[in-house]
Design a binder for this molecule. Structure first.
Ligand SMILES: Cc1cc2nc3c(=O)[nH]c(=O)nc-3n(C[C@H](O)[C@H](O)[C@H](O)COP(=O)(O)OP(=O)(O)OC[C@H]3O[C@@H](n4cnc5c(N)ncnc54)[C@H](O)[C@@H]3O)c2cc1C
Ligand code: SF4
Length: 328
């Protein structure tokens, strides 16, 4: 691993200043992804600015919303009473990820910005446009079972690995940022990019911007929400497909619904087409299946991941059936 220096800022302004002064500096959360990438040589920062001591609180707002500091550990968020009561899909998504020890270290900011688990991204000898722009993509004709079926490009077919972000996108979360140019707030759904012809540019963050907090707007019907992750083994594996969903019924009709998919695209995938197909309609298995068909209509399988299309449809139907209280 390349030698680096370590700094602990006094506050968020100090953190932004330290990174702004050093072009090769990076923020350090729990280090559970960044340090692995440094060991592999995929990341080579000269300075790490440790932001784990900043903004780690979780504030339940009187209006029903929630403000989660970027330094909050994943374990603390999943265990928080307001999170579990108001947004159960978020607690479940976090608990579906990694291991207890990793969740104890991992922060909200770091989880949002963790990088893909594409095998070739971690392989020094591979052609990878994300790591070495213009070199090609070994996944497209290679081992691509875990790769994207939606929103991919000829340059990159990687998926975003975070479980937590899938729930955050379904919940319309906002991300608070502080950078050299001041503070701003954007939708989490707008933070991550599709690969296009620049898969090396993964987010809309400006250079040196720090995530200070994630905000969840009030969403009373999110109390009826869940997260389901389908993976190759029961623990310690990334999603092949996952679904975060919240459902509000008015009699036997759907008054409101939020859906996001994980494991299918370069970013957490908000299922707007499925939501539009369902809203105001009947809460039946046929309607759930039609909504899933609409969302996956543009899916494009690679050589080894065609199974994901049917898996994504069936998982959504099962999750909505559970939320609607229907027996399978
Ligand atoms: C064996 C293993 C299994 C895993 N399984 C899963 C899984 O199933 N599901 C899942 O979702 N995740 C999984 N993970 C990934 C894990 O969730 C992430 O490694 C973790 O969330 C990253 O958080 P961190 O605080 O350690 O980030 P770090 O590794 O410290 O940082 C990650 C990135 O975020 C940047 N960063 C950190 N904080 C900020 C901030 N506040 N503002 C701006 N930039 C920031 C860093 O510069 C870096 O680029 C797994 C990890 C391992 C090692
Ligand atoms: S899918 Fe993306 S991350 Fe994986 S090898 Fe291709 S360019 Fe690299």
């Amino acid at each position: 691993m390349k030698a680096f220096s370590y700094a602990r800022p006094l506050d968020t302004a100090d953190a932004v200043r330290l990174v702004g002064e050093r072009p090769q500096a990076k923020y350090l959360g729990g280090g559970t992804n960044l340090v692995d990438l440094m060991r592999e040589g995929a990341e080579q920062p000269e300075t790490l600015v440790d932001v784990t001591g900043l903004s780690g609180g979780i504030e339940a707002r009187a209006d029903g919303g929630l403000l989660i500091g970027a330094g909050a550990r994943n374990t603390a968020v999943a265990a928080d009473r307001a999170v579990r009561e108001r947004y159960p899909m978020l607690a479940r998504a976090i608990l579906a990820g990694a291991s207890g020890q990793i969740r104890n270290m991992a922060t909200v900011g770091g989880n949002v910005l963790q990088r893909t688990r594409c095998f070739y991204f971690y392989d020094e000898a591979a052609r990878c446009n994300k790591l070495r722009p213009g070199s090609g993509c070994d996944a497209i004709d290679g081992f691509n079972r875990i790769h994207a079926i939606l929103g991919a490009s000829p340059a990159c077919v990687a998926t975003h690995p975070s479980d937590m972000c899938v729930a955050l996108v379904a919940l319309d979360a906002l991300v608070h940022l502080q950078g050299p140019g001041g503070t701003r707030t954007i939708k989490l759904a707008d933070l991550h990019r599709l690969p296009g012809d620049r898969p090396d540019i993964e987010t809309e963050l400006a250079p040196g911007e720090l995530i200070t907090a994630v905000e969840l707007p009030p969403m009373p019907f999110a109390r009826t929400s869940t997260y389901r992750k389908v993976r190759d083994r029961a623990s310690y594996a990334f999603a092949l497909v996952s679904v975060a969903a919240a459902l509000e019924l008015d009699g036997d009709r759907i008054a409101n619904v939020r859906i996001a998919y994980g494991g299918v695209a370069h970013k957490p995938w908000r299922a707007f087409k499925a939501e539009a197909a369902l809203r105001g309609g009947p809460a039946t298995r046929e309607a759930f299946r039609a909504a899933a068909d609409a969302e996956l209509a543009d899916a494009k399988p690679l050589s080894e991941n065609g199974f994901k299309i049917e898996l994504a449809k069936r998982t959504l139907v099962a999750v909505l059936g559970d939320l609607a209280g229907q027996a399978a």
